[in-house]
Write a protein that binds this ligand. Structure first.
Ligand SMILES: Cc1cc2nc3c(=O)[nH]c(=O)nc-3n(C[C@H](O)[C@H](O)[C@H](O)COP(=O)(O)OP(=O)(O)OC[C@H]3O[C@@H](n4cnc5c(N)ncnc54)[C@H](O)[C@@H]3O)c2cc1C
Length: 266
């Protein structure tokens, strides 16, 4: 994938370049970064998007490991992540994209999270596993909990000129996980996606995404009772209304799934 890919469809784009050094990540006014391009090239873009900067030229290793952390580069494809053997959640979340293997092969983990759609399954994954997101500019770096990154539909905490560099997943989060998802049709976009996990200390963490405007992380120091989980899910106040589900249905299914997951993990 390089400069020849479909830039002709973005009629206001005057310049496309491939970034291969960190200093090349310094964005000029009107420039946006591109991962796989499966969304950027699928929709008309605003007139103020006048340049694209291709992150695939950075050559970041897709997956690296240390003793306690799995690091996924933002440019890692969903297909590569899907094949990771460490947890069933990788395949479950990859297959939650309303997209065929052709999209999985090109779409990047970072592009999915940065796009910040409610049905962003890589956001679900990162929140579920208590990942830390590494944010870069050409000169600076900061780390934020994944649960704080997406703040609403198509809204994130990224500052102008800042990009998502990597997703750091603690290996301890992969100990034991559970997953539930529903959509209005068998191959439809996510209505709600609920995950749960426990670690060796008994800490139990649920994530609720897909049916909410922003991701929700519900954490308990010890395995929770049914009423505790229900109360936590019921405290969510931003159930989303769109073509993929109504707020009432999303709330009801999330309550059912959270209780199923609680029982499965206990
Ligand atoms: C058939 C089909 C089905 C789809 N189904 C879903 C779905 O179910 N759920 C869903 O969430 N999406 C869906 N999408 C949208 C999109 O394909 C995915 O979200 C995909 O994961 C985006 O990744 P990408 O690498 O292609 O992003 P790109 O198109 O390259 O970029 C997406 C956005 O993120 C920005 N961006 C990309 N990488 C970074 C980075 N590292 N740092 C900061 N900003 C960055 C870009 O500037 C752009 O605004 C679907 C698309 C298609 C065509």
């Amino acid at each position: 994938m390089g400069l020849t890919r479909h830039t002709m469809d973005l009629i206001y784009v005057r310049e496309a370049r491939v970034a291969s050094t960190r200093s090349a990540l310094s964005l000029a006014p009107g420039e946006v970064v591109i991962g796989g391009g499966t969304w950027l090239y699928s929709e008309e873009q605003p007139a103020d998007v006048t340049g694209v900067v291709d992150l695939m030229g950075m050559g970041w290793e897709p997956v690296t490991r240390s003793d306690d952390t799995l690091v996924i580069a933002a440019t890692c494809t969903v297909e590569t992540l899907r094949a990771l053997p460490d947890s069933p959640l990788f395949q479950q979340c990859a297959d939650s994209l309303l997209a065929s293997w052709k999209i999985q092969r090109i779409a990047t983990v970072g592009g999915n999270i940065a796009l910040a759609l409610p049905a962003g399954p890589m956001t679900a994954l990162a929140v579920a596993l208590d990942a830390t997101l590494v944010l870069w500019t050409a000169e600076s770096e900061r780390r934020v909990p994944a649960a704080e990154f997406v703040t609403g539909v198509r809204a994130t905490i990224l500052e102008p000129g800042e990009i998502l560099r990597a997703i750091e997943i603690p290996l301890a989060s992969l100990h034991r996980t559970a997953f539930r998802r529903i959509s209005l049709s068998p191959l439809g976009r996510t209505g709600t996606l609920v995950t749960g996990r426990t670690d060796t200390t008994g800490t139990t963490v649920f994530s609720v995404t897909g049916g909410t405007a922003r991701p929700h992380r519900l954490a308990f120091d010890a395995p929770p009772a049914p009423a505790e989980v229900a109360t936590a899910v019921d405290s969510i106040d931003d159930w989303h209304l769109d073509a993929h589900g109504t707020p009432d249905w999303r709330r009801a299914m999330s309550l059912v799934f959270a209780e199923e997951i609680r029982a499965e993990l206990s």
